[in-house]
Design a protein around this ligand. Sequence first.
Ligand code: SF4
Length: 207
Amino acid sequence: MDATPFLPERINLRSLRTAAADCRGCDLHAPATQTVFGEGRKASRLMLVGEVPGDREDRAGRVFVGPAGRELDRALADAGIDRADAYVTNAVKHFKFEERGKRRIHQKPSRSEVKACLPWLRAELQVVAPEALVLLGATAAQALLGSTFRLTRERGRALDCALAPFVTATIHPSAILRARDDEERRELRETMVTDLRVVGKVKDAMS
Ligand code: SF4
């Protein structure tokens, strides 16, 4: 079972978003509030792909609007990239969580859940056809590049694949939130900005 039977016949961002709202391609839809689909213009030249919506995103129905989104916005701004120029989405469209008292704690989606949701991401890639694709974190990178992809080894590099003219991977902004101390937080922020600056330069060179 995956999302394929739920894809619309005619594929565009509006039809995809509408159809994804009713996706039952895996079990994650049941406890979640709603599908959190990608946002941005079809003409976006940059596409950013994260892992899975968080608690805030699940409630708002919007991508990267919580604490990780604030880190992403900050890194993009520091790298000279306007988020409004990017199409932003996740590999998995429903929030996965574990309830602890009143709190809903983020859970990493399983490989089968990522695989089930992949038809949506592939359809978004087909419609947006970005010039630069940035995979935020190992889940997004492995979803599209295979399970042998190692973020620690390959982040910040131009990756050789046919998904877009320029493809790279960097850390997921939630890694910054999990930093043990200020020093590590600063280093992770720098890592992300350095990786995103390369994307900004490539994007400018393509204009
Ligand atoms: S996570 Fe993806 S495949 Fe699973 S129900 Fe949600 S949209 Fe469908």
